[in-house]
Unconditional design. Sequence first.
Length: 365
Amino acid sequence: MPTRYKVPPELQVRVRHQSVRSTAAKILHSAGVPVAEADEAADVLVTADVRGIDSHGVSNHVPLYMEYYGTGALNPRPNWSVSRETRSTATIDADKGLGIALGRRAMQIAVDKAKDVGMGVVTMSNSGHLGAVGHFSMIAAEQDMIGMTMTCGGMLMAPTFGAEARFGTNPIGVAAPTNKEPPFLFDAATSSVAYNKILLIERLGLPVPAGWLTDEKGTPIMEETEVPPLGKFMVPPVGSTREIGSHKGYGLATMVEILTALLSGMQPSMVEGYEPGAPHRNYFAAYDIAAFSDVDVFKENMDQMLRTLRETKPAPGEERVLYPGMLEHEAEIDRRANGIPLHHEIVTWLDTKASVIGAPALERS
């Protein structure tokens, strides 16, 4: 995310990542979530913050999850079950459990199946929010596999030429291991922007860039604008307009619906209807590199490809060429050493919640 969309120094408080993880876990546990699952959920959120993915960290999500536990939209102690299974596939019913608390288990099932037969695919329906999907793809990459994760839920994106929302932001995450280069990690919405990023820039009081939103009739807004009230805007697919390529983002979003919702035996939200907090549908895949080629050769080839991209001559006015995963790797080095820069209002909220449940205040860096 460009520096413009980060919390500015005058509004941020640097907090130790271990402290944020501990406090977030304790807050979730106070809602009835078992300790192990609260720890796992906190790890997903804080890893996003550590990697610089502020839109998917504790700021936007711990308050929202607590609200959903309070309304019953989320089940703190789900009866998680496998409803159908083969040697290479599994279908899971998450029983309204929080997706970020259950996603590691789903991806690990895919990884274990890939170790057996070369590929593993798991769908998980009826879950809460899955967070930054690349987190789960990295679980496979750390075990010498290519990981792919997708999720659908919500109703915010209009199809190309559409005047009604038919999709969530339907992100795709792909990760692949390397030897010396930072791992490849692609994690992006198929919409023009993730909704959580809109919340982030609204908190920062910044305008929305051209092409991020449509008006309530579905027309892309191609100039900077203030964040409209919820319900008065939608987001277009990646590309924003047909001329720039929104039909490609629209096609990818539909593909995500097929692989997450329909493949798990569920109707997509556009057919079933959607209310805030309604269940998400998810897809986890692992490709065992050793089943296709030599792992060491693959990693060396990855290094060479990514190094070639990184060393590409930059265009005039640009500092350097990046590949997916580089900025996250650099942010992680900084934030593990110097703390996570959280908005001061979020730090106050977390400290207040911690005080209520008898947990210590966040440790400043």
